[in-house]
Design a protein. Structure first.
Length: 355
């Protein structure tokens, strides 16, 4: 017999052996299942209720794709609506720690429903599915992308407030801009239609709280010149919007945020499980930008004026968020202290770009 023939015979018997082992494994698993069933349902005992599979997001799932057995009809519907979507991640809906009001659109969502985060047409999206049907999509925007009529209404109705987040929401009946605004311990969620009419608004005032000595010690060492310090219990704005891609996904009402003043500027810092997570300074003086950042702005955006500057600190980096404008052209750039661009989004001559 040739060497080639020996190899073929060896492969054949190996294949048979694997099949036999797999068959034995199946028998063992089936036997175990029978034993388990017998131990849980015996004469005289009540039959256990059928357990309905309810996928719930866990930390281990974050960033994984296809971690849940999403029904085919949902994936088919999604692929038809967003054929060019990338970075697609499915999740089982997880109700938050704050019960939604019965008038909220997501009131009837439960752990048997799904939502999906994805990237589409140069923006981050979230879409929700209830009972297998698409019900809503939210597209995250920069405040520089708000229509001028919406920006004017907000600045008139909420003077002195800072826009912290913008979503463009679409469901079967309408499209709205949801804008989150903050000033001190006052927060507003405002829904505005594309014509500038305020459709719905909700105010939330933070609740002052006492913190522990360990957290206070960390805060005092981290921000030694802080004044007008007030601690609050962390208040998720709307649980449904806090998805696993958000930095505050794991924060809840047992955590804290602290507002304080340093160098005449209002700061906010967050603590999760007693540990500092991040800090943010809303609307800092543009003259306090590092020289390297100013040089990058002058080089790439000559003729633009600085409309707003925020500073964001976390455990890994410091970022300056700079809003620039020249006529109708707008940009929002995230710079590191050395002038490097972390990300950039612009609307120039009506065309949007993002990098």
């Amino acid at each position: 017999m040739t060497t080639h023939g020996c190899k073929e015979l060896e492969q054949f018997y190996t294949h048979l052996l694997i099949k036999k082992l797999e068959s034995m494994k199946t028998i063992i698993l089936l036997s175990a299942a029978v034993v388990l069933a017998a131990s849980t349902y015996l004469p005289g005992k009540t039959s256990p209720a059928a357990v309905k599979y309810t996928p719930v997001i866990s930390k281990a799932m974050i960033g994984w794709t296809d971690t849940l057995p999403v029904p085919v009809q949902i994936k088919t519907s999604f692929n038809k609506m967003y054929p060019t979507a990338t970075k697609v991640v499915w999740y089982g809906y997880k109700p938050g720690t704050v019960k939604p009001d019965a008038t909220e659109w997501y009131y009837n969502l439960d752990p048997t429903d799904y939502y999906v985060t994805f990237y589409h047409e140069d923006a981050d999206y979230v879409a929700w599915y209830d009972n297998g049907n698409w019900i809503r999509t939210a597209k995250n925007l920069d405040n520089t992308e708000l229509p001028d009529v919406v920006s004017r209404v907000l600045s008139t109705e909420y003077p002195g407030y800072v826009i912290t987040d913008v979503d463009y929401e679409t469901d079967r009946s309408q499209s709205l801009y949801e804008v989150k605004l903050e000033k001190g311990n006052s927060k507003w969620n405002v829904h505005v239609n594309p014509n500038g009419a305020i459709i719905k608004k909700k105010q939330r005032t933070l609740n002052a709280a006492q913190t522990n000595a360990t957290m206070m010690s960390d805060f005092e060492s981290r921000f030694p010149n802080a004044s007008s310090v007030t601690w609050y219990s962390y208040s998720p704005d709307e649980i449904v919007e806090v998805v696993p891609t958000d930095w505050d996904y794991n924060m809840d009402v047992t955590d804290y945020e602290v507002h304080f003043i340093t160098d005449g500027t209002e700061h906010v810092a967050w603590y999760d499980n007693g540990a500092w997570v991040r800090s943010e300074i809303y609307t800092i003086d543009a003259s306090k930008l590092p020289a390297s950042v100013n040089q990058s702005i002058s080089k790439e955006f000559a003729g633009y004026s600085i409309k707003d500057v925020d500073r964001e600190d976390n455990a890994t980096q410091v970022v300056y968020e700079v809003e620039l404008q020249k006529g109708n052209d707008k940009c929002k750039i995230h710079y590191t202290p050395d002038g490097s661009v972390v990300k950039k989004k612009c609307r120039v001559d009506g065309a949007k770009s993002k990098s």
